[in-house]
Design a protein around this ligand. Sequence first.
Ligand code: GZL
Length: 334
Amino acid sequence: MKLHCNKIICSAILAAFVVLSGCAKKNTKSEEKEFKPIIVGFSQIGSESAWRTCNTQSMKEAAAVEDIQLVYANAEQKQENQIKAIRSFIVYQVDVIVFIPIVQDGWDNVLREAKEAGIPVIVIDRSIRTSDESLYAGYLGSDHTEEGRKAARFLQRKFSRVQRPLNILEIRGTDGSSAADGRYEGFREVINKDSRFKIIHSESGDFLRSRGKEIVERILSVNGKLQIDGQPIDIIFSHNDSMTLGFLDVLAEHGIRGGKDVTIVSVDAEQAAINALKEKKINCVVECNPKLGPQTMKLVKTLCNKYEIPHITRVDETVFTEYDNLSEITPRGY
Ligand code: GZL
């Protein structure tokens, strides 16, 4: 097995990781009789949104509940940091690697190294594109394409009685990520069947609150109106709540009522977005479930007990709209 970094470098990188619940090196022969906790190497994208923070917390809490030692690495939005972390997990000989691929491509080499080292990999949240599906044991996460379809279906319902052109501004998440690409494709699969709807502008906000704010500020800076090249924007489809919350205040500063003067569809369903839905500032929030920890740890234990896991496990998700009884929504916890 060829490693792209020698043991000293990898150990140094690993030393920088947050090692949770006292992760100890694999036991020596003499200690084998003692309880040998499962060690999981977890490569997380970063902390770009409330969704991500909740996802990380869910993983840490679930590992603690299952007495699993979690070696946590925050990649700070860089794929190369994720690849380094995975290589360090291999050197450290963790039992299972769990990672959330910031983008879909570029993982085959490092996953091949993990396979050659005999360490199974579970992909969670976002999915990967690979030439060899055997490079990972299984995927757990959302159907992001369906999330895009749900957003479009809400618009079809809301505008069912409107017979005029309806212009859409789409603010995308991280291009190349399965989350953004899936929402992009699912939304178009439904909305493009209805000639009233036209996506007049689509731009990446990288799932960041600051970028959602910047994009709408720039559009409004032309003449204070929510329009692109003189065409009014009737709808904003935002790929996550962080970006939505970033531009909501900007709209209000310009006297534009989100949820009334412009229809807003957002994704994630963090508490602040649900609150905005209740205040009628947003019209629809498509849920994307961040609480993957318990299911992930069960899959880890299944692998460690030498059983196979499903190649795809989907999480349950719903959609919250202005037509629902919003008082029944349980507190989101993030
Ligand atoms: C979706 C997840 C996305 C969220 C964003 O599964 O990967 O990443 O929708 C987060 O809030 O940044």
